[in-house]
Design a protein. Structure first.
Length: 266
């Protein structure tokens, strides 16, 4: 079987699998057999917005299409994101950012990543990742982008969000020989057309070296251990996850009632 490269999304998935919070059967089918997971309305909106900003097709290869009302006009959320596209273009112009390339695929034998934008900003090569979110000011959700979450770099929620920056900085160091390339998140709200945040992620070299060790471990574990585990060891059924899983029609490990959890009181 062809070796699977470790992306930041697969690294997160393996981490959640180890915690029993993600089903290994779905991970196997997604990253080994190419299972396409259903797209939500929020994902469709994000794909459309990023396509308008970068011109890059989603990984599915399906052209993003805006959602329209019966009368032919754009729905409210797409009208908001039309304004956000203008905000994106204004940021590019105002900061005099030159977009050099979009959708660059790193060519590493063990790790993977695709940039949204490679750009020149203040005469310096940088990577820009475009995000859209309905949780731009949420400090509690793992997907929230409130700046308070980043005050403690050891915060696991902050690490969950910024692992992409670490991954791409490492890939740039490995492939381009650029030490600690500037990395920016451009974060656009899907609920407020006037709410945008720009984060520049700083990472020290020790963190990049540690991430490289984690990727090497994940690469060896996934390709030499995980893919050979029997399904009963991969399965982590959960009523909600099973209901939403595209494999649930034929999966013998799915459940449709909650499991009984034991609470020990002493």
């Amino acid at each position: 079987m062809k070796k699977v490269k470790i992306s930041q999304s697969l690294l997160k998935a393996l981490y959640n699998f180890k915690k029993g919070e993600e089903c290994g059967i779905k991970i196997f089918e997604q990253y080994v057999n190419g299972l396409e997971t259903p797209s939500s309305e929020a994902m469709d909106l994000g794909n459309w917005f990023e396509y308008q900003c970068t011109g890059q097709m989603p990984r599915s290869g399906i052209l993003p299409v805006e959602k329209k009302l019966k009368g032919g006009g754009l729905s409210a959320e797409y009208r908001r994101m039309e304004v956000q596209v203008k905000n994106f273009n204004r940021i590019i112009d105002r900061y005099e950012i030159r977009i050099d390339e979009t959708g660059y695929v790193f060519n590493h034998d063990k790790y993977s990543g695709i940039t949204d934008i490679n750009a020149t900003w203040d005469d310096e090569l940088c990577i820009i990742d475009v995000k859209s979110t309905g949780k731009i000011d949420d400090k509690w959700s793992e997907f929230g982008w409130h700046e308070d979450k980043f005050e403690n770099p050891d915060n696991p929620i902050a690490q969950y969000l910024t692992i992409q920056a670490v991954q791409y900085k490492l890939l740039a160091r490995e492939e381009w020989g650029i030490s600690n390339i500037p990395f920016y998140f451009f974060v656009f709200s899907t609920t407020d057309e006037n709410s945008v945040k720009i984060y520049k992620v700083e990472v020290d070299e020790d963190r990049l070296d540690k991430h490289k060790e984690q990727l090497d471990f994940a690469y060896n574990y996934f390709n030499n251990v995980f893919v050979n585990l029997p399904k009963e060891q991969l399965a982590f059924p959960n009523q909600k996850r099973c209901h939403e899983c595209p494999l649930n029609q034929n999966c013998s490990y799915k459940i449709d009632v909650p499991l009984v959890r034991v609470i020990q009181v002493s």
